[in-house]
Design a protein around this ligand. Sequence first.
Ligand SMILES: NC(=O)C1=CN([C@@H]2O[C@H](COP(=O)(O)OP(=O)(O)OC[C@H]3O[C@@H](n4cnc5c(N)ncnc54)[C@H](O)[C@@H]3O)[C@@H](O)[C@H]2O)[C@H](O)CC1
Ligand SMILES: [K+]
Length: 524
Amino acid sequence: MRVCSVQEMRAMDRYAIENLAIPEEVLMENAGLASAAVLNREIGIPGKRFVVFCGGGNNGGDGFVVARKILSDGGSVKVFLLSDPGKFQGAARTNLEIMKRLSVPLVRVDSPEQIHQDISHCQGIVDAIFGTGLDRPVGGLFKEVIERINASGKKVLSLDIPSGINGDTGEVLGIAVQADYTVTFGLPKIGNLLYPGFARGGKLSVCHISFPPDLQEGPSLKICLNSPPPAPPRDPDAHKGSMGETLFIAGAANYFGAPCFAALSFLKAGGGYSRLAAPASMIPSIAQKGGEIVFVPQRETAAGSLSGDNYETLLSLSAKMDMVVLGPGLSLEEETQALVRTLVQEIPCPLLIDGDGLTAVASRLDLIRERKAPTILTPHLGEMARISGKSVPEIRRNRIGLLQETAADLQAVIVLKGAHSLIGLPDGRVYVNLSGNAGMATAGSGDVLTGTIAAMYGQGLPVEEAVCKGVFLHGLSGDLAAEVRGEDGMTASDILDFLPEARKADRAGLPEHLRRRYAGAEVL
Ligand SMILES: NC(=O)C1=CN([C@@H]2O[C@H](COP(=O)(O)OP(=O)(O)OC[C@H]3O[C@@H](n4cnc5c(N)ncnc54)[C@H](O)[C@@H]3O)[C@@H](O)[C@H]2O)[C@H](O)CC1
Ligand SMILES: [K+]
């Protein structure tokens, strides 16, 4: 499913109204009817009491339609207006005029005390305060009302997006409604799917409000949910060489886990031949955990990291590989960082750069731009800050835009890791990944991701698909691990252990609850 920005949704709206001659009132009616249907399914309308809070824009207009539908379906409803009724325009004004002629109490709120009684006695609240038109932090009366909604303990349905969430970023602008259900219109907005907005929306449904498929699936919409195609069948005649050969250049004294998790995850995700080039003195202990890995002992610096004179060996070995993973636990030792920079320039096959490898190239992005073979970068927010030259808060405010810019600038596939990791492609496409959970925020989790992506490439997926599939499976593995072992205390080893189960579940068909969760939104 596509995901859109506020501007893209406005353009779709305009197109539907101007080119398809669908009146704005029809779009609003569709939005309101779909929302009322969810209210009826989740809470039940007949005989129940509802309170609808309407702001002064079209989101408020949608609220009027829901109120009208509650009335006609046998519920009782009171509408609280939080803005001057003279402000409404177009379809929202039309629906306000209808409201005025119905037996629905319509109250202009000027003090939060006015709503107390009705909130306490209702069975459900409809939040139609702000939608995609929110353009500044929420304060004053709006803030006080949202505080009361959130403290009410009542079931809340948000229309389009929880009021207070920025539709383009998922940020809370001052304060935001905590909804149990959200019905979004047209397509999910970025803010419905990125944290913290995602968590504020509760169960998400989408109503296409009669937009035709070509409008919702147009190639100009660059953001999609990550639902990669099925993995290719495993050839019954496979041998280890045909399932991918990856070289991991990783590890330094104090970083025994990273190289081990990276190289082992490649095998656990179905890869054929995993070679690990690590400082020689570490290898005996890594071998105790990962006997299936083929080791390539390297000379080391006094500090125990890879020394620069490994360059020739590493380069000639790289030339025989399907993919090279460079970076996990390499350390920030200057000699090793310089080695990384020379390798990045010369490695002739697809290259995944992670961790300390990213730090090494952050000041020399020209090395990535000049690479002939594909490059994959897997930064977390801090590493993305180093690569993009923006601060972490700036990235949070514009995760998708910055990812698009950086991936295009570097002509690289970039995985911006975090809750709902984003995959950015050089042509501007972005995939929002929904698998995974908070237990995966643990050391070594990213190392497991590198091997999982490499394994997908080794098994024949093109680079971009391999990244999407790898990110998805890594999250699925974490979700399966969480179901058995819980999120608290999950470690990279747990994610690693569940990779074979993730591969199996992905092939056999996911359990219904995960399938629903990964679909992002129920289509009404
Ligand atoms: N295809 C669709 O998605 C459809 C969407 N509909 C609904 O329309 C809204 C967007 O409507 P819009 O009028 O542009 O914006 P809002 O209703 O969100 O409100 C804007 C309104 O609020 C003021 N405002 C903004 N921020 C603040 C603030 N922090 N404090 C106070 N006031 C604020 C602003 O000045 C405006 O006056 C969309 O979300 C859908 O719900 C259509 O109904 C159907 C088609
Ligand atoms: K809303």
